[in-house]
Design a protein around this ligand. Structure first.
Ligand code: THG
Length: 280
């Protein structure tokens, strides 16, 4: 078990959607280099900055070759827990890796992820049954990501049902419908809206999350597209986003949209963010 110094800065913050900070991810070249060199400083900095910016969870993804992943994640988890108390959203495509590193995580977080693929649910659901852990459920299966929204809805509902067999209630599940890039699927947003609406009809308590940047893959000015997607997804009732909380334009956009949608009484949260100097 890795043990590190006590947490330094923590800040309570008013929030609206659940923000999962995406920046500790080996798919980002500077993070990959830090993992390879076991450079704690860079990882600690990302953990602190995302926490200070308002992340409620920190996604931790090694993104390394499978044979190096366990060790890399063990190290990352230790460094993050030594820097902040923010709960971890542990991110791996391999459910056995998730199972093996789960025990190192001190505070209940989010498993990222299960899906209809292979034995993912069989391995993960029993692990988190009876705990405070939450889980992201991707609407894909052994045949990949369905092009058909109806099929995504079926998979989502099945993953919710199966969780119920382990006593995992829908409020602990974040459905991620794996929004596709606009360069590939023109109807990415309407498909997202349809899946969210129809799954929620059957399971009102379930939550929805999404990576914000998938929709803009292959387009110029990706951040512009991501920001407008965020606005529409918030209106549709998305509860959470996997995003860069240190991106002030994006963060301010959340507060602005929530105020416009009438969910921020007297614009208190929006106003406070500027008055307090958090945003400027
Ligand atoms: N759904 C779920 N999990 C996920 C994703 C998802 N995990 C991984 C990914 N998608 C979300 N994480 C990232 C992490 C980094 C980036 C995008 C998504 C990214 N990074 C830029 C780079 O690579 O250089 C830097 C971003 C920046 O400007 O800071 O784009 O969809 N369940």
């Amino acid at each position: 078990m890795l043990r590190w110094a006590a947490p330094t800065t923590q800040r309570k913050k008013v929030f609206i959607i659940i923000i999962i900070g995406e920046k500790i991810n080996g798919a980002i070249p500077s993070v990959a280099a830090a993992i390879a060199a076991r450079d704690e400083g860079l990882i600690r900095g990302l953990a602190l900055r995302q926490t200070e910016a308002g992340a409620h969870y920190l996604d931790v993804c090694a993104g390394t070759a499978p044979e190096l992943e366990r060790e890399a994640l063990e190290w990352l988890i230790g460094v993050v827990q030594g820097a902040v108390e923010t709960p971890i959203c542990i991110d791996s495509p391999d459910p056995e890796v998730l199972r093996d590193v789960y025990h190192l995580i001190e505070r209940p977080g989010i498993i990222n992820s299960v899906s209809g693929e292979g034995r993912k649910c069989e391995i993960i659901y029993p692990l988190i049954a009876g705990t405070g852990w939450k889980v992201i459920a991707l609407t894909c299966d052994d045949d990949g990501i369905p092009a058909d929204t109806g099929r995504k809805i079926e998979i989502g509902l099945k993953l919710i049902d199966l969780a119920g067999e382990y006593g995992i209630t829908p409020d602990r599940i974040f459905i991620d419908t794996l929004v596709m890039s606009l360069s590939v699927v023109n109807d990415a947003l309407p498909n997202f809206l349809e899946a969210l609406t129809r799954i929620r009809e059957k399971s009102p308590e379930v939550r929805f999350t999404s990576g914000l940047s998938n929709i803009s893959f292959g387009t110029p000015k990706r951040k512009l597209i991501n920001q407008y997607f965020l606005a529409f997804a918030l209106q549709a009732g998305m509860d959470s986003a996997i995003m860069d909380p240190t991106d002030e334009v994006l963060y301010a956009g959340i507060l602005a949209v929530e105020a416009i949608l009438g969910r921020d009484r007297f614009c208190r949260t929006y106003n406070k963010a500027y008055r307090s100097g958090k945003l400027g």
